[in-house]
Design a protein around this ligand. Sequence first.
Ligand code: SME
Length: 159
Amino acid sequence: MAEDFIKITGTKSEIYQALIPQIQALVGAESDFTANQANIAAAVKESFDFLWVGFYNVKSDSLVLGPFQGPVACTRIKKGNGVCGKAWAEKRPVVVDNVNLFPGHIACSSKSKSEIVIPLIKECEVVGVLDIDSEQLAAFNNEDLLYLNEICEWFVNTL
Ligand code: SME
């Protein structure tokens, strides 16, 4: 059954390599955008010890909070604001090793120390972002970028 999610232990790369086909199985069987974002957020959160994993989706001039796992979060972010708004404005992933050193960082939780944001780009337009926060400094590296990009690109191609 698709809902039987298997969490593995191992290196970051091994965890992503076990996670990605499970996400593809979960999402491939369902066409609902919200349901799929909810399961992707849950699967990533369950696989890693991240503080917050979720989506913000573009609705007119703002990013609006979508499905997520973790502490409550701010609901709207303007283009260019915070890490999420920067990823939207610049149409590229943004990795922040220390959120306290990022000008304009929007602190939804004082526990958050580092962050990665991957834009969801459909036909050259950002339709949303995947945002992940960690309680550890510099939690995200090129492996996270590689695999999270792969997840986001794959997901966008299902839309
Ligand atoms: N820190 C983000 C805001 C969203 S929360 O992390 C969930 C930002 O600066 O855009």
